[in-house]
Write a protein that binds this ligand. Structure first.
Ligand SMILES: [Zn+2]
Length: 72
């Protein structure tokens, strides 16, 4: 099997497929960090962002320009 070199997607350190069991990560720590990132992203997506019934009343959404202070 040909040795491959790749940069760790977490910290950018070079990692070797032949010597590193955690390839493409440089260490188990970075591997776990990546897993953690992925898991938290998945959690956010599967979690309902808001309850639609909250917006069922007649209050219109605030105009988007009101908060941006554009002085021309
Ligand atoms: Zn790393």
């Amino acid at each position: 099997m040909k040795a491959m070199k790749h940069r760790c997607p977490i910290c950018g350190k070079e990692s070797d497929s032949e010597t590193n069991a955690d390839f493409p990560f440089c260490s188990e720590r970075c591997k776990l960090l990546d897993l953690g990132n992925w898991a938290s992203e998945k959690y956010v997506i599967s979690d309902p962002v808001f309850d639609e019934s909250q917006f069922d009343d007649d209050t219109p959404p605030p105009p988007p320009d009101k908060n941006t202070d554009r002085t021309k």
